[in-house]
Design a binder for this molecule. Structure first.
Ligand code: ADP
Ligand code: ADP
Length: 226
């Protein structure tokens, strides 16, 4: 089974705007995959549908064999999503944000605390564990979003424009962390409008424009064409 399989996915928003015009996409287990495209292409819409936040209009989506229509809860358990905007409870402490999130997945409190500690340490946020989200820097908030997305141990991590507005130093350290996570077995999909990011990180790539996939190939093959 693929980590992600999408067939004939369409999305028409309530105002009639057709954001996805029939997308097919397959991402293999263990892959590091880029969905590249300009602003407005349909990247966030696609991720919103996979993460069950946006209703699709038609088509099939499955994650590790769990169909979105028939097994949405199993599907959700397999994925961690890092959205573009910060959407924390701004007054909650970093440590508690992770423990709360783990609770949504039915993870027991003692285990949740162990995982929160591990992730905060890995993402160099341990000394901020008792800091409210609103008091963290932009880079710290972003790392906290990654930690939160990983707290239930997802097999697929999806990041929407992970380094938008992030300075070069933090971008490098985030890239290093994601590379390590992928080596340890987590399948990763990221959206970006920034070819260099895809080039540095990803083995395979799909290019989306105006709600359609216009290219789907290995990073190596794409680079020889440019
Ligand atoms: P749906 O119920 O089809 O998923 P939403 O509830 O997400 O649609 O959106 C409701 C309305 O909000 C849309 O019909 C649209 O008018 C407006 N809207 C929200 N975000 C955007 C956007 N990025 N661009 C244009 N319109 C938007
Ligand atoms: P990307 O992530 O590639 O920038 P999006 O998936 O956010 O693209 O948006 C694709 C298109 O759908 C854009 O033209 C956007 O304005 C539109 N859109 C997004 N959300 C809504 C909405 N809720 N209602 C109507 N149009 C929307």
């Amino acid at each position: 089974t693929h980590a992600l399989s999408i067939q004939g996915l369409t999305k028409t928003y309530a105002n009639g705007f057709v954001a996805l015009k029939g997308i097919d996409l397959e991402v293999k287990q263990g892959d590091f995959f880029a969905l590249l495209g300009p602003n407005g292409a349909g990247k966030s819409t696609t991720i919103g549908i996979i993460s069950t936040l946006v209703n699709k209009s038609s088509g099939k989506v499955s994650v590790f064999g769990n169909d979105l229509d028939t097994h949405p809860l199993q599907l959700k358990r397999c994925i961690g999503v890092v959205p573009q905007e910060f959407n924390f409870n701004q007054f909650e402490l970093a440590f508690n944000i992770l423990v709360t999130q783990a609770g949504y997945y039915g993870i027991k409190r003692a285990e949740a605390k162990v995982r929160a500690e591990q992730l905060l340490k890995q993402l160099e946020l341990w000394d901020k564990r008792d800091t409210q989200a609103r008091l963290l820097s932009g880079g710290m908030k972003r790392r906290l979003m990654i930690a939160r997305a990983l707290v239930h141990g997802p097999k697929l991590l999806i990041l929407d424009e992970p380094t938008a507005g992030v300075d070069i130093e933090l971008r490098r350290s985030m890239w290093d962390y994601l590379i390590k996570l992928n080596r340890e077995g987590t399948t990763i999909i990221l959206t970006t409008h920034y070819l260099e990011e895809a080039e540095q990180l990803c083995r395979n790539i799909a290019i989306i424009d105006h709600g359609q996939i216009i290219e789907n190939t290995s990073m190596r093959t794409l680079l020889t064409k440019l």
